[in-house]
Design a protein around this ligand. Structure first.
Ligand code: CU
Length: 129
């Protein structure tokens, strides 16, 4: 009985941890690695806060870039395409941006990193609940 309780508590704690975890995507943008975390998992309609870490080939944090997030939805039957842009702000070693996702469905997200007049883009899509 005691062992069963311990296992159950461990399982609940683990489930809680998984539930609270950020939505994470890591991908390359040219020679940079871009790690995106979204505080809603899965991303949901409304406000979604993004934390963007950018690293060079030697895993050093990049903090001298201009970062913008372009996001939206292609045209759907009865609905024109939606395209939005959010500028990301450096706070500490990572960049913060806020997306407002107006409806559920598949959204594209492009993280544009500009350094020394060169822009590199990391792209992914999310299924918004
Ligand atoms: Cu739509």
């Amino acid at each position: 009985m005691k062992r069963f309780t311990v296992v159950m508590v461990a399982a609940l704690l683990l489930a809680g941890t998984v539930y609270a975890k950020d939505y994470e995507v890591t991908k390359k943008a040219g020679d940079l690695t871009v790690e995106v975390k979204i505080d809603r998992n899965p991303p949901a309609t409304g406000t979604n806060n993004m934390d963007i870490a950018i690293k060079d080939a030697s895993s050093k944090a990049i903090t001298d870039a201009t970062v913008a997030v372009e996001y939206g939805m292609p045209a759907m039957p009865g609905m024109p395409a939606m395209n939005y842009k959010a500028d990301a702000e450096l706070k500490g070693n990572t960049y913060k941006a806020v997306m407002n996702l107006s409806m559920g469905g598949s959204w594209y997200i492009n993280v544009k990193v500009t350094r020394a007049d060169k822009t590199q883009t990391m792209k992914f899509t999310v299924d918004v609940k």
